[in-house]
Design a protein around this ligand. Structure first.
Ligand code: URA
Length: 215
């Protein structure tokens, strides 16, 4: 299975195509349709990075010239888990690259009294313990919901987990480092900070609202 121990805890994908698309997404004048299209495109590019450490084996094939041991992915047990609702915006692009991946969903809301994340939905593929699990959510803000979602996945047996987001706040990265140091975080940008309402600054606003045109 994936050797995630070789992956560093935080990876910022600095590829020019990713950064260019992200800048357009941050612009408040970018339309919902454009934002959605860019998120799909950027998620394909990020999927390339998130699959970098997948284990390889070789398979005997014959080219028109000769037989060869050709490199192929070892095992195909992959699961994507979307944190509702904004995580769904990252799914389609990744599925384009990994069409056979199984898909799960986790929904959490913040209890208004305790301010703690509470699960309201969880549907996961079978055999989570045998899969590389890629968790997707565009924004890593406080990290509280994500830490809870990862708790749920670990309770379901998941052992090899990678988290993919678009923007991360230093506070969220720190929270994840403390709660789940075994889960690598891959992001397109590490922003400055959170504001008093828990929004990432400079950020891009509410990812779900920008994606679905709600307010
Ligand atoms: N969730 C969002 O959608 N945006 C933020 O800035 C923080 C959390």
């Amino acid at each position: 299975m994936t050797d995630l121990s070789t992956a560093q805890h935080l990876t910022v994908v600095e590829h020019p195509m990713v950064q260019h698309k992200l800048s357009i997404m941050r612009d408040k004048n970018t339309s919902t349709a454009k934002f959605r299209q860019l998120l799909r495109e950027i998620s394909m590019l990020l999927a390339y990075e998130v699959t970098r450490h997948l284990p390889m084996t070789t398979q005997q094939i014959e080219t028109p010239m000769c037989p060869m041991d050709a490199p192929v992915l070892k095992g195909r047990k992959l699961a994507l888990v979307s944190i509702l609702r904004a995580g769904n915006g990252l799914l389609d692009g990744i599925l384009e690259l990994i069409p056979s991946a199984r898909v799960g969903f986790v929904g959490l809301y913040r209890d208004p009294e305790t301010l703690k994340p509470v699960q309201y939905y969880c549907k996961l593929p079978s055999e989570m313990s045998e899969r590389v699990v890629i968790v997707v959510d565009p924004m890593l803000a406080t990290g509280n919901s994500l830490a809870k979602a990862i708790d749920l996945l670990k309770e379901a047996g998941a052992r090899k987990i990678i988290f993919l987001c678009l923007l991360a706040a230093p506070e969220g990265v720190q929270r994840m480092k403390e709660a789940h140091p075994d889960v690598p975080v891959i992001t397109a940008a590490l922003d400055e900070r959170l504001n008093d309402h828990g929004y990432i600054v400079p950020g891009l606003g509410d990812a779900g609202d920008r994606l679905y045109g709600t307010k």
